[in-house]
Design a protein around this ligand. Structure first.
Ligand SMILES: *Cc1c(COP(=O)(O)O)cnc(C)c1O
Length: 226
């Protein structure tokens, strides 16, 4: 299967999941997770109509981006950002979907102040309480969102989650539902607009759409096994 065939099949599945849940496919942004895949694969996905690409490492994105400078790509960082790479990340990415601490948010804000461009960010939530994953704990999120929401150069657009791995995608549903409920609580407490929920990967994106995802992050389903 080619990348464009994979994308057609994914789009069909997005349509079906939207239909089941009374939603419009236009409400769901397909983010192509291109980590480990070369620039040519990204170009093929772009030619098939995708515009949002997610990378989990700053250096890898920096290596690929120059070969794709002629394309109107929205680059999104979806992996953990080390504080020594904040400045470089702020230059390359239009979105950071994985803001996972207040100090990181503050550093990003400072790095952006000199450039005069606001960065769109998502706050990553660690709903499973897993030690190996980054993200805000559920109880600390409302306060943190309120603080981060006041930083002038960050535009908080929503929440992101990577739930604990479940063999059966249906078992991820409670996490997706919790993220949506948490988002409603944070919006009220922090007075933020937060329109987006980034949840669902190749394995479970249909369930995430049924639970209100506005962004799904797919690697394997588009580019193949890593
Ligand atoms: C790799 C990755 C994905 C994509 O995973 P697939 O299972 O290949 O779809 C999504 N989100 C994050 C944060 C990732 O690191």
């Amino acid at each position: 299967m080619s990348i464009s065939d994979n994308i057609s099949r994914v789009q069909e599945r997005i349509r079906a999941a939207c239909e089941r849940s009374g939603r419009e496919p236009a409400e769901v942004t397909l983010v192509a997770v291109s980590k480990t895949f070369p620039a040519e694969s990204i170009r093929a996905a772009y030619e098939a109509g995708l515009r949002d690409f997610g990378e989990n490492r700053v250096q890898e994105a920096e290596e690929k981006a120059p070969a794709l400078a002629d394309l109107d790509i929205t680059w999104r960082l979806i992996g953990r950002l080390q504080s020594n790479k904040v400045r470089r990340a702020a230059e390359l990415f239009q979105w950071v979907d994985s803001v996972d601490s207040e100090p990181l948010a503050t550093k990003l804000d400072r790095a952006l102040a000199g450039r005069g461009v606001r960065l769109r960010v998502m706050l990553e939530v660690n709903l499973g309480g897993e030690e190996t994953k980054g993200g805000f704990r559920e109880d600390s999120l409302p306060g943190a969102a309120e603080t981060i929401g006041k930083l002038p150069w960050l535009d908080v657009q929503g929440l992101m989650v990577i739930p604990p791995w479940k063999e059966n995608p249906a078992d991820a549903r409670p996490y997706f539902r919790r993220l949506r409920e948490l988002s409603e609580r944070v919006k009220r407490k922090a007075g933020l607009e937060m329109r987006h929920l980034s949840m669902g990967m190749s394995h479970d994106f249909e369930v995430a759409i049924e639970e209100g995802a506005t962004m799904i992050r797919l690697g394997t389903a588009i580019f193949g096994e890593r």
